[in-house]
Design a protein around this ligand. Structure first.
Ligand code: PSU
Ligand code: MN
Length: 304
């Protein structure tokens, strides 16, 4: 085990006993939601994972250590710190660790640390992807490259249409990442159940999800797998309202010259302002929904 990694004893016991563990990211805590809803959500997600038979491992960086299985106190530190906590993607990781700082992990970094610890399944809200206008900005999230490299199943509600979802799927296809719809033929668009863009295949049970990922691991095929689990109907948003907010947010980011790692947090915060908090409720509910599916799938992956 490398000297930077610190695995919570409950998590490491579960892993050595072959019990299911589900990783969770922390950018969603520090940068994705306001305090104290972020804290409350992070703890509820952990509870839901336990209720569905797995051990939660919230992943983050504390004082330069890669933490797999944050304590409640550590979660509180990330939740209160908010945007003062560094958002850490792959390229930031060595800098934050060498300097002994705290960091909130993106999907990419959470996958890296999960894989180091031996965790195979990860639940989150939405992933980063190919941004609209990427043909000139080249803004493509490191999350996609990580899915191409690192053997972790990521259960999400698709991606927000702050991104170009068509190009995001093209990128994942090129990189050989299976994109599976859970109970749907389309990549879900986070706040809404449909995007109009087809996935590689539809599955309807956690057993099928586990079987596909197992086959990928058994063959030694590099990289992860993306599961698009649509937001439950009762929490999904009106497509026109959310798309209008997204278009406005993208326009404002362009006007204000927002770029680099600030882009995604800026867009997410703007959308929340424009939709008066409705989007926050939807966001929370879809994360819970993903936590349930991830826990069930992780349990099946362990069962052999
Ligand atoms: N998209 C969301 N919610 C999020 C993120 C993306 O709908 O919280 C966060 C995730 O942590 C994701 C990161 O990994 O933003 C992507 O950032 P970037 O686009 O800078 O790679
Ligand atoms: Mn980017």
């Amino acid at each position: 085990m490398n000297k930077y990694l610190s695995v919570n004893p409950e998590v490491s016991e579960a892993l050595s006993a072959g019990k299911p563990v589900v990783a969770l990211e922390s950018t969603i805590i520090s940068h994705g939601m306001p305090y104290p809803r972020n804290m409350e959500t992070a703890l509820n997600v952990e509870r839901i994972i336990r209720e569905n038979g797995a051990v939660p491992a919230t992943i983050c960086i504390i004082g330069g250590k890669l933490v797999a299985g944050a304590t409640e106190e550590q979660i509180a530190r990330l939740a209160r710190g908010g945007s003062d906590i560094a958002k850490v993607s792959r390229r930031d990781l060595p800098i934050i660790c060498a300097r002994g700082l705290d960091g909130a992990t993106t999907v990419a970094t959470t996958m890296i640390i999960a894989a180091m610890a031996g965790i195979k399944v990860f639940a989150t809200g939405g992933i980063g992807g190919v941004h609209r206008g990427a043909e000139t900005t080249m803004d493509i999230s490191a999350d996609l490259e990580e899915l191409a490299m690192t053997p972790v199943m990521v259960v999400c509600a698709g991606a927000k249409s702050i991104l170009d979802l068509g190009l995001t799927l093209e990128y994942l296809e090129t990189k050989g990442v299976p994109v599976v719809g859970y109970g749907t033929d389309e990549l879900p668009a986070f706040y809404t159940r449909r995007s109009g863009f087809g996935v590689d295949c539809r599955v309807d049970t956690p057993e099928e999800l586990a079987a596909i990922f197992r086959a990928k691991l058994d063959m030694g095929l590099r990289g992860g797998m993306l599961v698009g689990n649509p937001i439950p109907e009762e929490y999904s948003m009106d497509e026109k309202i959310i798309n209008k907010a997204i278009d406005e947010a993208v326009e404002e980011a362009k006007r204000s010259g927002i770029h680099g790692k600030a882009t995604t947090p800026f867009l997410l915060a703007k959308i929340k302002d424009l939709t008066g908090g409705d989007s926050l409720e939807s966001n929370i509910m879809l994360v819970y929904n993903n936590a349930r599916l991830a826990a069930k799938t992780a349990a099946l992956l362990c069962g052999r």
